[in-house]
Design a protein around this ligand. Structure first.
Ligand SMILES: Cc1cc2nc3c(=O)[nH]c(=O)nc-3n(C[C@H](O)[C@H](O)[C@H](O)COP(=O)(O)OP(=O)(O)OC[C@H]3O[C@@H](n4cnc5c(N)ncnc54)[C@H](O)[C@@H]3O)c2cc1C
Length: 379
């Protein structure tokens, strides 16, 4: 990696990890904690104001008895699109795929650039895009998500493959009828988790629900179920779209009355996603080509979502890269120090998330799971 004062950095991927890393490296806009809290809160799914004494209810999905109220102090629930739009601001980019930093700031680039190949000669890294164009920089940061092309290059495509977990999920973003919303407000209000003795997990949470502007009958909710199929060779491709929703509604008939009503009230034309949960953990230091290529966010550590640690770790990565660069400059030592901090942290988060995901789908191990013992804290 070049050590001159104005290196060119390519950040691949315009999700949270890429955009936050670009911000952190630019070291833009020193905000106070209060300013930051206000801005972040404005990107939420609802009008909630974060506070110290917040809790999340966890129910027995069959009896609807409250099992525990997990402390979740200063809980922030971000609406992804709003958050991404917000953190794109100030980067002076018209692109959500690639940002380039050089001495004059970030160069505006085109939308929808898709990286196809990466290479490095140990001094410069080059990204080749599907449209045949390419860009070269002193440092390339792969923040291109769970199926990262940059990771394929660093560790080889077979080592880079996502690992299956035994758990599958069904998700939908649904507009619920006003009566179901009213029931949910007494049950979880903002979000609720329930575990069924048969090994099902279900989540209902506000997704777009601004009381100040929208009547409850127009709010959107994210609903999810996860479970472990009995057939170890079960193929989620056999249960797509309307089949997935019908299957979730069938399972929800085993739930208590409120949760069952919420699920049954989802309009049948609601889009549903059904897939197997996967993850990828960084097992060891990779050859970062003399500090010219590294990873951040899900591309570096892709984890199951039940403990809500993915974005937290992506934010940690952005801060960690910026801290290393501040200490060592844009040098191979900075990337070495960043990876030495990030890789064990990412590995632990992926392992912990997987252990938790498996434990919570088994009624007997549920109460010993990290979620019940530690809540959503990282450790
Ligand atoms: C249901 C669910 C709930 C979650 N809940 C939480 C939670 O409560 N707390 C928490 O901390 N985390 C949570 N997470 C995890 C969190 O959302 C992710 O860890 C985080 O968004 C990862 O950000 P990222 O930028 O690394 O990846 P992504 O958001 O996937 O962004 C990757 C970017 O790279 C781009 N890209 C992909 N391929 C290419 C390519 N070939 N070329 C160029 N660009 C490319 C994509 O378009 C995208 O813009 C949850 C995840 C899910 C699925």
């Amino acid at each position: 990696m070049a050590t001159k004062d104005a290196p060119r950095v390519l950040v691949i991927g315009g999700g949270s990890a890429g955009l936050l890393t670009a911000h952190a490296l630019q070291m833009l806009g020193a905000s106070t904690v209060e300013e930051l809290q206000k801005t972040i809160e404005s990107c939420q799914v609802d009008d909630h104001r974060a506070g110290e004494d917040e809790t999340m209810p966890i129910y027995n999905c069959k009896t609807e008895e409250l099992m525990i109220r997990l402390p979740i102090p200063y809980n922030i629930r971000l609406k992804r699109r709003k958050f991404i739009r917000h953190i794109t601001q100030g980067l002076d980019v018209k692109v959500n795929i690639l940002q380039i930093r050089h001495s004059s700031g970030l160069t505006p680039l085109q939308y929808s650039k898709k990286i196809k190949e990466v290479s490095s000669d140990g001094k410069k890294a080059t990204a080749v895009f599907e449209d045949g164009t390419s860009e070269t920089g002193d440092l390339l940061i792969g923040a291109d998500g769970g199926r990262s092309v940059v990771r394929d290059y660093l560790v080889g495509s077979s080592q880079s493959a996502l690992a299956d977990t035994p758990i599958v999920s069904t998700f939908a973003i649904a507009q619920l009828p006003a009566e179901a919303v009213e029931k949910f407000r007494h049950f979880g209000n903002r979000m609720a988790i329930a575990f069924h003795p048969n090994g099902y997990f279900t989540w209902v949470g506000k997704h777009d629900a601004h009381e100040s502007t929208t009547p409850p009958g127009e709010w959107k909710f994210m609903v999810a179920q996860t479970w472990r199929p009995e057939d170890p060779n079960y193929d989620p491709q056999t249960m797509q779209r309307e089949k997935a929703l019908a299957d979730a509604k069938r399972r929800a008939k085993e739930f208590g009355p409120t949760l069952s009503e919420i699920w049954q009230s989802i309009p049948d034309n609601t889009t549903c996603w059904h897939s197997r949960l996967t993850d990828w953990k960084p097992d060891e230091l990779w050859d970062n080509r003399n500090g010219t290529i590294t990873l951040a966010g899900d591309s570096a550590h892709s984890m199951t979502f039940h403990r809500g640690q993915g974005l937290n770790n992506a934010i940690h990565d952005a801060a960690s890269i910026a801290r290393s660069v501040r200490e060592y400059g844009f040098t191979p030592d900075a990337i070495k120090a960043y990876e030495a901090e990030m890789i064990p942290r990412g590995r632990e988060a992926v392992n912990g998330s997987r252990a938790n995901t498996i434990a919570i789908h088994d009624w007997d191990s549920l109460l010993d799971s990290p979620l019940f013992k530690m809540g959503l804290k990282a450790k």
